[in-house]
Design a protein around this ligand. Sequence first.
Ligand code: PLP
Length: 390
Amino acid sequence: ALQFNKYILQMKPSASMETMAKAKKLKAQDPEIIDLAGGEPDFDTPKKICDELFRQINAGFTHYTVGPGLPELRQRIADKLERENGCHYDPSGVVVTPGGKYAIYIAVRALVNAGDEVMYLTPGWVSYPSIIQASGGVPVEVDLAYEDRYRITLELLEEKVSAKTRMLIINYPNNPTGRVLTQKEAQVLRQFMLNHPDLVLLSDEMYERILFDGQENVSPASFPDIADRVITVNGFSKSVAMTGWRIGYLAADTKIASMAAMLFSHTISCTSGFIQKAAAVAFDCGEEIEEMRRRYQQRRDLFVNGLNQIPGVHCEMPEGAFYAWTNFEIPGMDSNQVCEFIMEKAKVVGVPGVSYGDKTGSRIRFSFAAADDQLAQAVKNIAAAMAQIG
Ligand code: PLP
C-alpha cells in the first residue's frame, strides 16, 4: 500500500481556498452568487508595476537570480521596514519568496523540530496549524476571547507555553477579526518574549498597509531587546493587489534568515527575477496603495454598517485588513450550517468561522474586497434570508 508522510497526513485542506473554489463553481452555475469568500483584492495591480514586468521580460531579464532575492529589492525592503515600521534588519536578513505563505513555511521549517510546539493565536489564519504540522511541529492554540475584544494577555500566553515551545506566531492586522495590535498588547508580547529567552516570534504583517480610521499597527521587531528573535513576514499580495504574482518576504536576524534561505535554495532556487524587479516598483506606488486603502474603508463602512442593521447579525468594525468577522445568531446552527444557510438563501459565500479556530459562535468571515454594488446586494440578501427565520 502507498505510505504517506505522517506529518503531511495531519494537514487539512485550506478552508478559504476550498470555499473560494466552491464559490467559483457555484457562480458558474448561478450568476447571482456573490463571492465574498476569497482573501483577495478585486483591484488590478498598479499599472506602473505591470509595465515594469513587461519591460524586464522584453529586456531578457528571465534567468535565475541570486537565491534570497535581488540585492536592490532586499535593500528596499530593509529600508521600508526601517522607515515605516521602525525595524532594523540588515538587507542580508531579507529573503524574498514566492508569496508570504512560503516565507512563513521556510521560517517555521528552519526552526522547528518534530515534537516542538508552536503557539499561534485564534481566531487566526487557516494555514498556520498546517504549516506547523508540515514540520512535525505541534500547533498550540492560544484562544483569545471575543468578549475581551480578542485582547492578548500575558496570562493567556503563559498558560500555553512549555519547555517544548519554539515559536509564537501572530498576525496583525488580523485575518479574520480585523483587529490591529495595540501598543499595550505589543508590550505584553515583548514581556512574554523577555520571559522566554529561547522563543522566536513570527509576526505576519501581510495586511499592514490596510488600516482604517488612522489606526497604527505596531511591529514587534521595533523593540530592540527582542528584535533579534522576531521574524517579520510581509509582502505585496494584499496591500498592492498582487496575490497572483506570488511574491512576499521575511526579514530576520541573519542567522535565522540564512537557515531559511538554505531550505529556500534547495526547494525554490529563487523568486522570478522579473517579478522581483516589478515588485520593487511597489515602493513607488504610495498613492495607488493609499487609494485602495481608502476604498476598502468606504466598503467596510457600507458593508459592516449594513450588516449591523440586520436583526440577529453583529459585526465589530474591523480596524484593518478587509474582512467582516460576522456573528449570526441562529439558534441550533453552528458556523458551517450558518454558512450553508447564507449561501443557499442569500446566495452570499463566506468562510465558516470554525476554520479559523473560532469556538464561540456562529461566525462567518466575509471579504469586503468586492465591488460596492455586490456588497450592497449581499446585505440586502442576508437581511431577506434572516427575516425568513424570524
Ligand atoms: N498571512 C495571512 C494572514 C494571509 O491572510 C495570507 C493570505 O491569505 C498570507 C499570509 C499569504 O499571503 P501570500 O499571498 O503573500 O502568500
